[in-house]
Write a protein that binds this ligand. Structure first.
Ligand code: ATP
Ligand code: MG
Length: 384
C-alpha cells in the first residue's frame, strides 16, 4: 500500500490548443512549490498523482499545494493493487470508526471482476462489520469513502476532497508589477491577479530615514508570503525621499499624495518595462480614502502611457479585503504598525478631487524627469 496525493485541476480544459502549455506550467509550478521535499509527480488521466514522499511530509505537502493556483481539489489517500482485500485495507484507514457514511466507487477498469455498485456494497458491508459505531446514510453521510479503480491495475482510496486554491497556473497570463505598500490591500490585490495566472513582481517605495527599516522588513515579509502563491518573485525597493522633500519644499502641500502617486506610477512603468511586466497592479479601492477617488485615479493614470493599471479591489469593501488577507496569511504582517511613505509630510487636508490642470501646475514646479531617474538609480533588487 502506497501513500498518494491526488491533484485535480481547474479550467485547463477550457483552453483547447493551449492545454499542453497550461499543463506543463501547472506541473512546473507544483514542482517549484514542493522544492526540497522528497516526492514524484505523475500525470494520470486528467489528474496528477504525487507519490514517493515520506509520511511525515504529508501535511507540509498539502499546505504547499494549497497555494498552487490551478488546483481544484486535493485528496490524500492510498494506492493499492486492484484487489478487494487490498482495497478494503486502505478503506479501513480512511474511514472514521463512527458516524454515518457511504462508499462511492468509480470504476474505469471495466474488466474488474465487480461493478461499482458491488464494490461499494462489499466494502461498505465489511466496514460496518468492523466499526460498530458506523451506520450507512446514502443521502447525506458525514463521511464518504471514495474508491477509484483505474485501468492500470491499481486503485485509489481516499476519504476527502480538500478545496484547492482555484484559478489558473501562474505564468499562463503574462506578468504584472504590483505596487506593494505595507498595508492590508496591496498583497490581496496581487494575490487576486496571480490567481488568474499572472506572474507578479513587486515594487515598494520608501522614504528612509523618515520611514524606518522595520517598515521595509515588513514589506519584504509580505512579498515573501505572496511569493508562496506566485512561485517566487522579484521585489524592487525604491527610495523616494528626495521626491517627497522636493514636493514638500516647492509645491502646495495639499497635493503631496497626488503628486507622489504620479511619481510612483512613472517609476513603476519604467521598472515594468525593464522586467517585462505588461501591467501595473495597485491595491486601490474606490473611495476608500481621500486619495482613492476617481479623480485621484485619473490623475495617477494620466502619467502611464503604455500599459493598463489593474485595480482588482476597486469594488471591494474594506472588511471583504480584510477577510481575504486573513485567508491568504498576510493580515497579521500588514497590521504591524510601521509607517508608509505616503504618511510622510502628510497635509491636514489633502485634496480629494484633484483637477488635472491644478496637478499639472503644481508638478511644473519640479524637475520630474531628473527626480524619476534619481529614484530609479536607488532601486534595490531582492529575489524571493
Ligand atoms: P494598502 O493597504 O495596500 O497600503 P491603502 O488602503 O493604505 O492600501 P494607499 O496608501 O492610498 O491605500 O495606497 C493605495 C495603493 O497605492 C496601495 O494599495 C499600493 O498599491 C500603492 N502604494 C501605496 N503606498 C505605496 C508604497 N510605499 N510603495 C508601493 N506602493 C504603494
Ligand atoms: Mg497604505
Amino acid at each position: 500500500m502506497e501513500r498518494v496525493i491526488i491533484i485535480r485541476y481547474c479550467e485547463l480544459h477550457l483552453k483547447g490548443k493551449n492545454r499542453g502549455f497550461f499543463e506543463r506550467l501547472f506541473a512546473v509550478n507544483m514542482e517549484r512549490a514542493l522544492k526540497g521535499i522528497k516526492h514524484e509527480i505523475r500525470r494520470r488521466s486528467g489528474r496528477y498523482l504525487i507519490e514517493g514522499f515520506d509520511e511525515d511530509d504529508v501535511s507540509l505537502i498539502l499546505s504547499k499545494l494549497g497555494k498552487v493556483f490551478g488546483i481544484h481539489t486535493i485528496s490524500a489517500g492510498y494506492k493499492v493493487p486492484s484487489d478487494m482485500g487490498d482495497i478494503y485495507s486502505a478503506a479501513k484507514l480512511v474511514c472514521p470508526s463512527a458516524g454515518t457514511f457511504k462508499v462511492e466507487t468509480h470504476r474505469a477498469d471495466k474488466h474488474f471482476e465487480l461493478n461499482s455498485m458491488q464494490i461499494s456494497a462489499q466494502i461498505g458491508g465489511r466496514l460496518l462489520d468492523e466499526f460498530k459505531g458506523l451506520s450507512v446514510d446514502v443521502h447525506d453521510p458525514e463521511h464518504i469513502v471514495y474508491i477509484d479503480v483505474r485501468e492500470d491495475g491499481t486503485t485509489l482510496v481516499f476519504g476527502k476532497f480538500i478545496k484547492g486554491a482555484g484559478g489558473m497556473p501562474v505564468g499562463s497570463a503574462g506578468k504584472g508589477l504590483l505596487l506593494i505598500s505595507g498595508g492590508i490591500d496591496s498583497p490581496v490585490a496581487g494575490h487576486m491577479i496571480a490567481k488568474r495566472g499572472m506572474s507578479i513582481d513587486c515594487v515598494h517605495f520608501h522614504s528612509y530615514p523618515y520611514t524606518n527599516m522595520q517598515a521595509r522588513e515588513k514589506v519584504t515579509d509580505l512579498a515573501k508570503t505572496l511569493s508562496g502563491y506566485t512561485c517566487g518573485m522579484t521585489l524592487n525597493v525604491v527610495k523616494v525621499t528626495h521626491i517627497q522633500e522636493e514636493i514638500h519644499k516647492k509645491c502646495n502641500g495639499e497635493y503631496m499624495v497626488t503628486l507622489l502617486r504620479r511619481f510612483m506610477m512613472r517609476i513603476a512603468e519604467r521598472i515594468a518595462q525593464n522586467c517585462g511586466a505588461q501591467c501595473i497592479i495597485t491595491g486601490e479601492s474606490l473611495g476608500q480614502v481621500a486619495s482613492q477617488t476617481i479623480e485621484g485615479m485619473t490623475s495617477s493614470n494620466a502619467v502611464i502611457s503604455e500599459m493598463p493599471v489593474l485595480r482588482p479591489l476597486c469594488g471591494f469593501d474594506k472588511n471583504e479585503i480584510i477577510e481575504r488577507s486573513k485567508q491568504i496569511g498576510t493580515y497579521d504582517i500588514s497590521i504591524q504598525p510601521y509607517e508608509d511613505c505616503c504618511t510622510v509630510f502628510l497635509p491636514k487636508h489633502p485634496v480629494t478631487k484633484p483637477k488635472l490642470v491644478n496637478v499639472l501646475a503644481e508638478e511644473a514646479k519640479l524637475d520630474v524627469a531628473t527626480l524619476v531617474d534619481e529614484a530609479l538609480a536607488t532601486t534595490e533588487v531582492i529575489k524571493l
